[in-house]
Design a protein around this ligand. Structure first.
Ligand SMILES: [Zn+2]
Ligand SMILES: [Zn+2]
Length: 165
């Protein structure tokens, strides 16, 4: 969708609310993919000289847990509010990028926003204990050599096992 922001400054008829579903599943994302389209709700309200643009979006992420490597899908919600001034429409350094006609490409915006909001490290659950370095299974595992200590202890345990053989 191309949101005609310049027109909102030129002729404002009251707040705008719109919804959009954008397919970004073919795009590249760092460390995850999108399992479905992004659903977003936009609103734009002019407060004096400032246009307040707000969105709330939701998407389903598909990723490998950074600790236990299991495949996960999770719904992820994100939102943001931007304060736009008319001068921003022609300003390359403004927070948002507009077309030469002063329009906002919401698909490009949502792509950038997904990249900005999704955390760099994704885990299946906050307390995921990861993989056992001895047997390679997801912890807690049934392996006898697992210790309650940290990774260093576990590496020593492997050494001890090797020496005793
Ligand atoms: Zn995990
Ligand atoms: Zn184990």
């Amino acid at each position: 969708m191309l949101l005609d922001v310049r027109r909102l400054f030129n002729r404002y008829d009251g707040p705008i609310h719109c919804e959009e579903t954008v397919d970004l599943t073919g795009e590249d994302f760092p460390g995850y993919t999108l399992a479905g389209p992004v659903h977003a709700v936009f609103s734009a309200v002019l407060h004096g000289a400032v246009l307040e643009l707000e969105y709330q979006a939701v998407v389903v992420l598909q990723f490998e847990c950074a600790r236990c490597l299991s495949e996960c899908t999770r719904e992820f919600s994100f939102s943001e509010t931007f304060a736009i001034r008319e001068a921003d429409l022609n300003d390359e350094d403004a927070e948002l990028t507009f077309t030469p006609e002063g329009r906002l490409d919401t698909k490009a915006l949502l792509y950038t926003e997904v990249v900005l909001h999704v955390p760099p490290v994704l885990v299946c659950r906050e307390d995921c204990a990861g993989l056992c370095p001895v047997c390679g299974c997801r912890k807690p595992c049934s392996c006898k050599h697992e210790t309650s200590g940290g990774a260093v202890d576990e590496r020593l345990a492997i050494l001890q096992q090797l020496l005793s053989e």
